[in-house]
Design a protein. Sequence first.
Length: 64
Amino acid sequence: MASPGKKAFPLRIDPALWDELQRLAARDLRSVNAEIEFLLREALARRGVKNIGAKGRDEGAADE
């Protein structure tokens, strides 16, 4: 079940990639979901995307 205020969606992912995500998440003391969210934020920041809030939503964003 998704946390309140978060978008849920199915993800098809290669089993080897899933295993690596699990390993990284365990090392960082995160859930796999939190690890994926962390890695996505990191990738967006490298591409220059700004203003991503701690919860992943901009103030006043209209994306629904």
